[in-house]
Write a protein that binds this ligand. Structure first.
Ligand code: ADP
Ligand code: MG
Length: 397
């Protein structure tokens, strides 16, 4: 995987357009979680330190091509300036004279934030005219928003085709970690895929069985596999119409020498409620009025043994309904096993996905994983083996 990096760029005295992900959670008009702002700091600081004018491009929420005041990026200015320790200028549009005037007025190594790119309908359409207007504001383009790279928008893809384009530091570390986990992994490489639906992760499963040495399936989607194998699953959440697909994935795994690890025991309850009485059952022992809500202890122990004999782990999707204790137990135990091995440098452990990150936070192990991707959709598309247009535009030819 070869892409152009920030370290390859000569930025002194240049105007550098930097695509960042500032789609942060807000409460009452204030930033409630600044993780994404912090992720952009290394690139902003590096550019400014080298004497570049740093012009930040970002989207916020879904204004659908119209100027929606409640979706302005203005509330980002103060917290960003505070984190950076330098002033941040704000332009009320991401193109045109308004933007140009603010950029021109900023000092040589100043930082400017441009208004929400999605206020223009051309952004999500990847309109070449909008990309051209954005490109006119800078000399160089840097993309530091991996999480927006699965979308070919004017500010992620279009403009990258018009200016010398490079990956920012945050984008670079994401691409390198993901490549180490799946592109060019240290083997044996193991996957864990959980969550609720087979149908939403079909492409992911089909891609993974061709690349991994072992694949553990958990969560609600394991129920579909158990059903497909003829096991009683009671009133468990499952997609019975996906049984053929599940059998096809089992066949593909066999063909590609990927060892499939399906649950060998499970935790059931009669109701999905926090604190509901939970019982461990063997595979043939689920009653018709019971639901499978978590992986059983033997299944988790088996996953732990598989991790011990793997060099790399890639994980997406919780093993149970982790939002409701006691059904978080399997996910938390497996997360602790992976984190322990990663901390001891015996395993490269990479994880991603919205609920997966929440589950690993809940388990208190995010700090011990080798890498955690917070990119959501882009992470999943990358795991599916798809080319991400925002990354493809940075590829060195
Ligand atoms: P991610 O966001 O990390 O990609 P998903 O959205 O695919 O993960 O899956 C997370 C959801 O899967 C959680 O809300 C969890 O409650 C649900 N889930 C896990 N196991 C089960 C199960 N046995 N039955 C029903 N839902 C489950
Ligand atoms: Mg989810």
């Amino acid at each position: 995987m070869a892409f152009r990096k920030l370290s390859d760029a000569d930025v002194a005295g240049k105007r550098v357009l930097v695509r960042v992900d500032f789609n942060v959670p807000m409460a009452d008009g204030a930033v409630s979680d600044d993780t994404r702002l912090k992720a952009a700091l290394p690139t902003i600081r590096a550019l400014s330190w080298k004497g570049a004018k740093v012009i930040l491009l970002a989207h916020f929420d879904r204004p659908k091509g119209k100027r929606v005041p409640s979706m302005s990026l203005q509330p980002i200015v103060a917290p960003l300036a505070k984190l950076l320790g330098t002033p941040v200028a704000f332009a009320e549009d991401c193109v045109g004279d308004a933007a140009k005037a603010v950029i021109d007025a900023a000092p040589a190594n100043g930082v400017i934030l441009l208004e929400n790119t999605r206020f223009h309908a051309g952004e999500e359409k990847n309109d070449p005219a909008l990309a051209k207007e954005i490109a006119a504001l800078g000399d160089i383009y840097v993309n530091d928003a991996f999480s927006a790279a699965h979308r070919a928008h004017a500010s992620t893809e279009g403009v990258a085709r018009l200016l010398p384009a490079y990956a920012g530091l945050s984008m670079q570390s994401e691409l390198e970690a993901l490549d180490a986990a799946l592109g060019n992994p240290k083997r044996p490489v193991m996957g864990i895929v959980g969550g609720s639906k087979v149908s939403s992760k079909l492409e992911l499963l089909s891609n993974l069985v061709t690349k991994l040495d072992k694949l553990a399936i958990g969560g609600g989607m394991a129920n579909t596999f158990l059903f497909a194998q003829g096991h009683e699953i009671g009133i468990s959440y499952a997609e019975k119409d996906m049984a053929d697909t599940a059998r096809e994935i089992i066949r593909l795994a066999g063909k590609n020498n990927c060892e499939l690890l399906l649950p060998v025991d499970i935790v059931v309850a009669e109701v999905v409620q926090p604190g509901a009485p939970a019982r461990v059952r063997g595979l043939g022992q689920v009653d018709e009025h019971e639901r499978i809500l978590d992986a059983g202890p033997e299944t988790v122990a088996r996953l732990g043994r598989a991790m011990e004999t793997s060099a790399t782990l890639i994980w997406n999707g919780p093993l149970g309904v982790f939002e409701m204790p006691p059904f978080d137990k399997g996910t938390v135990a497996a997360a602790k096993l992976a984190a322990g091995l990663a901390k001891a440098k015996k395993l490269i452990a990479v994880a991603g996905g919205g609920d997966t990150v929440a589950a690993l936070n809940h388990a208190g192990v995010t700090g011990d994983f080798t890498f955690i991707s917070t990119a959501g959709g882009a992470f999943l598309e990358w795991m599916e083996g798809k080319e991400l247009p925002g990354v493809a535009a940075l590829e060195a030819s």
